[in-house]
Design a binder for this molecule. Structure first.
Ligand SMILES: Cc1cc2nc3c(=O)[nH]c(=O)nc-3n(C[C@H](O)[C@H](O)[C@H](O)COP(=O)(O)O)c2cc1C
Length: 413
């Protein structure tokens, strides 16, 4: 695999959102493939997190770049990183600051990271094993602190190790979802800013129960339109349009999760939840899906260009059944249940400023099963691209209610 070319493509992709040239240049110099397990090297330059063992991950490059950018390093700083993990983030920080102290809780990870960093010749990185108190007190204060694990609050112990005027970037929130916070330490009230959603493994140790909470000031939202989070249901229903042109802007993991959550909460036959969703990001697989839909499908470019395609599948013999027996004369209700889930997904996506379009034309469920490796007993039902819209289509007309609705008996208006 040509890692250099893959790295260049990743940097190009990051540069649409990350504006700090020094951060991009640092990431362009560092061989990320050396920081991931051998089996995942082919994916080292995909913009997604990867497992590195011990239930830990190396973060998505975009989040790494965003967090690093938020530290606003100029070159002369002493930086503390909490959570060495693979060591990749430490390498980036070392390219941008004078000295990096990085602390890891898991000895095997610290050992591997130290070896890789040594092999790359970094002399301004010290790897330490985490102690009872969070951070690394003996070298404090730090001009910048980066925390690469989620915490319920900003830990007081870490804040105490930050110099006045220094910046700390930390994911704050629940175990599953956090907001990326930047805290600028002031003599008076600290400045707390929200940089957007993210998902990290949990920070362990120290006095996590205490600390300042994330009551943000100066909120900056990622990926544009998040005003829609509060969009009314009826407004979302009425303003949603099928979107067939997409920007290349990636969809961050947190937003994707919100969209999938909406599908998860759809009603289903006896709560049987027959649906499954395959999130496709791989351009090769997307190309196969485009081939199937055919160039005469108005949505074919959308499938090709949107950063994500979601394929909805169903487990057969669940919806409409009880004890293996069909409960109505309509057979398997999987189309119905998947449609409910997908429409929840589509509306949530719209409320978050994303576009979708249900794609059914030329949908060949057997072919999709082969492309995606869908097992027997499941069927692919439909797919939708998911991404930021690059068009504002007009509403297509709808039949009048008087034509659609009858009262008491079919045909009675
Ligand atoms: C089950 C289903 C299948 C669809 N398949 C396609 C498709 O294959 N390609 C496409 O461009 N649009 C497809 N659409 C989108 C419809 O054309 C679109 O919803 C309709 O024209 C109304 O426009 P609107 O969604 O902008 O309100 C599909 C919609 C549904 C509900």
């Amino acid at each position: 695999m040509d890692f250099e070319a893959a790295r260049a493509r990743l940097i190009e992709h990051l540069s649409t959102e990350i504006k700090d040239e020094r951060v991009l240049a640092a990431m362009a110099r560092i061989p990320r493939e050396l920081f991931v397990p051998e089996g995942s090297r082919h994916a080292a330059y995909e913009d997604r997190p990867l497992h590195i063992g011990f239930d830990q991950t190396i973060s998505q490059p975009f989040i790494i770049a965003l967090m690093t950018q938020a530290l606003e390093l100029k070159g002369n700083e002493k930086v503390l990183e909490v959570g060495t993990g693979s060591g990749y983030q430490a390498a980036i920080l070392a390219e941008l600051a004078r000295l990096v102290i990085t602390v890891e809780r898991l000895p095997p990870l610290a050992e591997v990271a130290e070896k890789v960093l040594d092999s790359l010749g970094y002399e301004n990185i010290k790897v330490g094993l985490a102690e009872e108190v969070l951070g690394w007190q003996c070298e404090a204060p730090y001009d910048a602190i980066m925390v690469t694990a989620g915490a319920p609050r900003v830990p007081v112990d870490l804040l105490a190790q930050l110099a006045i005027g220094g910046r700390m970037v930390i994911p704050v929130g629940s175990r599953y979802i956090q907001e990326l916070c930047r805290i600028t330490k002031r003599k008076g009230k600290n400045i707390v800013e929200n940089l957007g959603g993210c998902r990290f493994v949990s920070l362990i140790g120290g006095r996590l129960g205490r600390g300042i909470s994330n009551n943000y000031r100066g909120i900056r939202l990622l990926n544009g339109n998040r005003k829609g989070v509060k969009m009314e249901v009826l407004e979302a229903i009425k303003t949603r349009r099928s979107i067939r042109k997409y920007k290349a802007t990636p969809v961050d993991d947190r937003t994707l999760e919100l969209v999938l959550e909406a599908a998860r909460w759809a009603p289903s036959w006896a709560n049987s939840q027959c649906w499954r969703f395959v999130v496709v990001r791989d351009p090769g697989i997307k190309a196969e899906l485009v081939n199937m839909a055919g160039d005469d499908n108005p949505a074919s470019d959308a499938i090709r260009n949107a950063p994500i395609v979601i394929v909805a599948c169903a487990e057969l013999g669940k919806a409409g059944y009880k004890g293996g027996e069909q409960m109505s004369d309509l057979g398997d209700w999987y189309m119905f249940d998947v449609a409910l889930a997908m429409q929840n997904l589509v509306l949530a996506a719209h409320a978050l400023g994303l576009g979708t379009v249900h794609v059914g034309l030329h949908f060949d469920s057997k072919r999709v099963a082969r492309i995606l490796g869908i097992p027997e007993g499941f069927r692919a039902v439909e797919m939708t691209p998911l991404g930021y819209p690059d068009q504002e289509p007009k509403a297509r007309p709808r039949k009048e209610l008087s034509e659609l609705v009858f009262y008491d008996k079919f045909g009675l208006r």
